[in-house]
Design a protein around this ligand. Structure first.
Ligand code: FMN
Length: 198
């Protein structure tokens, strides 16, 4: 069983990556047998979907770019869940995150390969209330369209997912409430993934 985390900042190793790492740590604490994998989109070069229709005919993308490496990671029978972490850009996800979601149409068109996988989302904003919840819900929309099982951050914080403030004077590490939502999300994803796929 594996959970893949996708960090959707154009900046490698920054606040979004930090929050996602914390979340994946919580996954492993909750269910130690789960394997975790983290991909940072900053390491990949790919554009959005061209709507060419090729993936309607076969499990192949017409664009020969780095996204094919992401397909390989996600097209794994061991996949039990996906955690998407994105910075908030103007109240929603980054363009890198949207390109990722759109390119994932290949999984929907080829047997709904994400069906029943557990989905969770983290949004990292520069301000405390900069659109994190709206951003999370925008990513949830794609997950629902893929027929995933979406979870929030679970008790006791129990709202939409990980909501992080990156410009706290002590950076993400100082955002204790945000980190609590991130840890709760990881626990919730792990527990449900284990129930459904363990
Ligand atoms: C183009 C742009 C738009 C942004 N819009 C918002 C916003 O609407 N709300 C917010 O809270 N932060 C906003 N930010 C701040 C980022 O969300 C914040 O710096 C975040 O930590 C970036 O993630 P990273 O450190 O992982 O790259 C914006 C940043 C950029 C570059």
């Amino acid at each position: 069983m594996k959970i893949v985390g996708i960090a959707c900042s154009p900046r490698k190793g920054k606040a979004t990556a930090h929050a996602l790492k914390e979340c994946l740590k919580a996954v492993q604490t909750a269910v130690p047998s789960i394997q975790i994998e983290m991909l940072e989109l900053a390491d990949f070069e790919f554009n959005g979907c061209l709507a060419c229709g090729k993936c309607m005919k076969e499990f192949k993308c017409s664009q020969e770019d780095d996204f094919n490496r992401i397909i390989t990671s996600l097209d794994d029978p061991a996949l039990a869940g996906i955690i998407v972490a994105t910075p908030v850009y103007f109240g929603t996800m980054t363009s890198q995150c949207k390109a990722f979601l759109d390119r994932c149409v290949i999984f929907r068109r080829n047997g709904f390969r994400f069906q029943n996988k557990v989905g969770g989302v983290i949004a990292v904003g520069g301000v405390r209330n900069g659109g994190q919840e709206l951003t999370i819900q925008a990513v949830h929309a794609a997950m629902l369209i893929w027929d995933m099982v979406v979870v929030g951050d679970g008790r006791p914080t129990s709202h939409f997912g990980g909501t992080v403030w990156s410009s706290h004077p002590d950076e993400v590490a100082g955002d204790t409430f945000g980190l609590q939502t991130v840890h709760n999300l990881g626990k919730r994803v792990a527990e449900l993934a284990f129930k459904l796929h363990g």
